[in-house]
Ligand binder design. Structure first.
Ligand SMILES: [Zn+2]
Length: 60
């Protein structure tokens, strides 16, 4: 079972800026370099762990 949406990131250029886009609808901030946009895409695909804080009944 695949519970997570698929994340396929691409980099788009807009004028002199580059930004990352994802198939899930996410769009990164405009960057001056495509390399930077790729970093945003990588960060989007590997977000920091914080999903545990949502559902934890034994917390407190
Ligand atoms: Zn995504």
């Amino acid at each position: 079972m695949q519970d997570q949406p698929r994340h396929e990131t691409t980099t788009t250029e807009r004028g002199s800026f580059a930004l990352a886009r994802c198939s899930c609808g996410w769009t990164g901030p405009a960057r001056r370099s495509r390399d930077r946009a790729r970093t945003d895409a990588a960060a989007h695909m590997a977000p920091p762990r914080e999903s545990d804080s949502v559902m934890s009944p034994g917390r407190f």
